[in-house]
Design a binder for this molecule. Sequence first.
Ligand code: IFG
Length: 505
Amino acid sequence: MVVPRPVRAESSDGSPFVLSPAARISVAGPGADGVARLLRAELAADCDRVLAIVDEPPAYGDIIVVIAPGEGPHADGSDSDEGYTLEISAESVRIGAATGAGAFWGVQTLRQLIPAACDGNPLTIEPVRIHDHPRFAYRGAMLDVARHFFTPAEVKRFIDAIVLLKVNHLHLHLTDDQGWRIQIESWPDLTRVGGSTGVDGGRGGFYTQDEFRDLVAYAAERHVTIVPEIDMPGHTNAALASYPGLNADGVAPAPYTGTEVGFSTLQTGDALTERFVRDVIRELADLTPGRLLHLGGDECLSTPPADFVAFVEDAARAVTAAGKTPVGWHEMGRAAGLPAGTVGQYWDFTTPRGHAAEHALAFVRGGGSLIMSPSDAAYLDIVYEEGDELGQDWTGSPTTLRRSFEWDPARVVPGVGDAHILGVEAPLWTETVTSIEDVEVMVFPRLAAVAEIGWSTAPADTEPVEAARDFADFAERVAELSEHWDAAGTRYRRVPEVGWPEKVG
Ligand code: IFG
């Protein structure tokens, strides 16, 4: 079947749908044509079939995309605007949704129901009726392009892979100690110097503003919102190395290619720094149609606590002044004066340690919500198994596929339930990951687990989460999904927990 598991799927008896050479994609409603073009491209790439798109009533054997109010699974009482219905019968394949996003997620389900080996032989799809909609509005993946830089083409390849799982946000960690990856026109040395290298002296690189706009547009066409992050006041060696005036002693440190954290900080209250923060936020906000702008705020071990609070409150206010909603890692919850509605991203463990729960709750008290990214379950840079070359092991235990599946965001911070949770996100930090192929091996299949947690029905709260989530069923569906990864050339780790199909060819 499908990953994420749909809310309702009923196999219906009757003959399968057969895609005939005469089949077209019949579209109706706003945005249907755009969704149909993406479906056509997938069918051409996956199944070597090119279908005409027609803006006319469907004929027998057509694929149908209808976007209209009242379409989609409203019957399930869902208020989500990303829901869809997918009905497959001998007569047609019909996707109904109230929005383009809903129809696009219906296309992703359809892609998984089309046999992966669909070029050549007659393409038949088993009859089924699916009503589906997401539990959370925010299902995210994060790519750290600061420690190691990834080109626009590699980021687009990553976007192509995550949408098959209905992931709809891509958080780009654009700046850190080792790299500044986004051109800021008013501060050109940020990329000239700060973008010149990476961890272990890795290739430098950065996105020009036009390249970034192009990435945002590519993502938006696929109903993915880019969430850019400028990490401040800590994790800022790349900025400090670019402008001596940003440093307390007026001396710029060398570009940093190691992997330590917590040693850098911007100067709170410094006039040049304040101008820097405003200029960066203004230019980034102008590049970001999405409402969220991430300010980081993690591991500011070299920032005096009072300076940290003053800095993040000021920066967050600059974000709201630019018409955006600030996001911060949960430590930012230490600041009591954040703008109302600021979103927190939780990254402590599935059982909170220290002040993490208190900091996370502060965002909720401030009228904000939380993005849940527990590092012992959803951090995809953590090793799969002890001794792995790729990945880090600071969480104390490997993150197996089962570990990334058997948790629930509403069972992490006491008092935080679905109403306070914007969604979930699986970050991939790239200290040890240098190629897009290795990115994919770290991300897949574990992102499939986090994507299912973000989309599918919540586990029954009468059972422990390990019992409520059916890992065996999930593993079977991942095995089927892997045939589509093979067909798309998406790399993944063949973890021992899954009965993978024999690789063809
Ligand atoms: N913590 C740091 C990241 C990265 C990560 C690697 C956060 C919010 C450990 N901060 O996670 O920069 O180094 O797992």
